[in-house]
Design a protein around this ligand. Structure first.
Ligand code: GLY
Length: 348
C-alpha cells in the first residue's frame, strides 16, 4: 500500500518518513531542473546532504534506456544494496524513470516519490506505474512497482508556471468527472487565474485519493483502472499528432481536449447529459484554448488511436461516462462516430 503524505513543510515530513524506513544507503534522483530549483528545498537536512545524488537531463525524451543504465551504474558504483533507499525528486519523467530503476535494481529496492509538478503529484507519482520510453514508443518498457511513500508538498506547487498548473489540472478535471457532481463543482469553481495554493493543495489531495481508490481496486489495470484513461485515447492522438508535426503540446492540454471529444462519444453512446457536455466543453475551451487541426487530419488522428497500446487488437478502447461518476469502461465505436466527435470538437 502506498502512503500519500500531504506536506506544507517538506523537510519536516521527510525527516518523519526517513525515520520510519530501514535502509543502509540513501540515493536521490533529480533532473537538471529539479536539481537547481527543488533539491535546495531539502538539502538543509544533513541526511539528504550526505546522500548520493544522481542527476539526469530533463525532459520526457530523456526517460530512456541510456539514463536508466546511468542510474543503475551510479547505484552499483556507489555500493547500493537491496536495502538501499531511492528518493525521486521531480516530475513524471523522474518518478517514472526512478521508479523503474528501483523496480529493477537487485530485483527491487524501496523508493519514495516527491513530485515537483502538479501533473506528477496528481498522476505520475501515484499508482505504481513506472517505466521508460523505447524505440520511439512512450512507456514501452516498465513495471507496476509502487513507491512506499509519496510526499505532496505545496512548497513545490507555487513555483510552477500557469501552463504547468493547467497541465496538471486536466488530470484533476478527469478525476472529478470520474468521481461525483460535488467534486466536479469544486473543480469548476476553483479560480485558475488567481490561484489559492492552499485550496489547490486540498483539491490535489482529494484528486489523488480518487485515483488511489481506483488503483487499489485494480492495481494492474485489468478492469476499473481503465477508468483513468478517460480523455486519453483521443488526447494521446492529439498529443502524438502535435509532436510529430513539431508543435508539441503539454500532456494535460491534450487530455483536456480529449475529454471534450470523448464526452461527446459518451453523450452519443452512453447518454451522458448534453447540458453537462456543453458545460465541460465551455470550461475547457475557456482555460485551455483549442487544438488546431482540420478534417484533413482526421485520418492521421485515427491512425494514432488505432495504435494506442490500451487497445485489444484493432479495436479502439474508450472509457466513457453515462453521467458524472457513472464510469463505462471498454467502450468501442466506429470511425464515423469518432469523426463526428472530432466535428463536435472543431465546432464548439
Ligand atoms: N495514468 C493513469 C494510470 O496511472 O493508470
Amino acid at each position: 500500500m502506498q502512503q500519500i503524505i500531504k506536506s506544507n513543510k517538506i523537510t519536516d515530513d521527510l525527516v518523519y518518513i526517513l525515520d520510519k524506513i530501514k535502509f543502509d544507503k540513501l540515493f536521490i534522483l533529480t533532473d537538471e531542473h529539479t536539481d537547481i530549483h527543488c533539491y535546495p528545498l531539502i538539502s538543509s537536512l544533513l541526511i539528504i546532504n550526505e546522500a548520493k545524488r544522481v542527476v539526469v537531463p530533463a525532459g520526457d525524451s530523456n526517460k530512456s534506456i541510456e539514463n536508466l543504465a546511468h542510474v543503475w551504474k551510479f547505484l552499483t558504483a556507489n555500493g547500493a544494496t537491496r536495502h538501499s533507499l531511492l528518493i525521486n525528486l521531480g516530475g513524471g519523467m523522474i518518478t517514472d524513470l526512478g521508479g523503474f530503476a528501483a523496480a529493477t535494481f537487485k530485483r527491487g529496492i524501496t523508493y519514495i516519490n516527491i513530485p515537483t509538478t502538479l501533473l506528477g503529484a496528481v498522476d505520475a507519482a501515484v499508482g505504481g506505474k513506472t517505466g521508460i520510453n523505447f524505440e520511439g514508443y512512450k512507456n514501452e518498457i516498465g513495471a507496476f512497482y509502487p513507491a512506499k511513500y509519496i510526499i505532496i508538498s505545496s512548497e513545490f506547487m507555487n513555483t510552477l508556471t500557469p501552463k504547468d498548473i493547467l497541465s496538471g489540472y486536466a488530470e484533476m478535471i478527469k478525476h472529478a468527472l470520474l468521481d461525483s457532481e460535488s467534486t466536479w463543482r469544486k473543480i469548476l469553481e476553483f479560480d485558475l487565474k488567481n490561484i489559492d495554493y492552499k485550496l489547490l493543495n486540498d483539491l490535489v489531495m482529494e484528486s489523488v485519493s480518487i485515483k488511489q481508490r481506483i488503483v487499489e481496486q485494480d492495481p494492474f489495470e485489468k478492469n476499473i483502472r481503465k477508468a483513468l484513461n478517460l480523455g486519453h485515447t483521443i488526447g494521446h492522438a492529439f498529443e502524438s499528432f502535435a509532436l510529430d508535426n513539431e508543435r508539441p503540446v503539454p500532456h494535460g492540454y491534450a487530455v483536456a481536449w480529449g475529454v471534450v471529444a470523448e464526452l461527446y462519444l459518451s453523450h452519443k453512446l452512453c447518454n451522458f447529459p448534453k447540458e453537462t457536455l456543453d458545460k465541460v466543453t465551455k470550461f475547457i475551451k475557456q482555460n485551455y484554448g483549442r487544438f488546431t487541426f482540420t478534417q484533413e487530419d482526421y485520418q492521421a488522428l485515427y491512425q494514432y488511436m488505432i495504435h494506442d497500446k490500451k487497445n485489444e487488437g484493432e479495436t479502439i478502447n474508450f472509457t466513457l461516462l453515462g453521467n458524472i461518476g457513472d464510469i463505462q469502461i471498454n467502450q468501442t465505436t466506429d470511425k464515423a462516430l469518432i469523426e463526428e466527435a472530432l466535428d463536435y470538437y472543431l465546432s464548439n
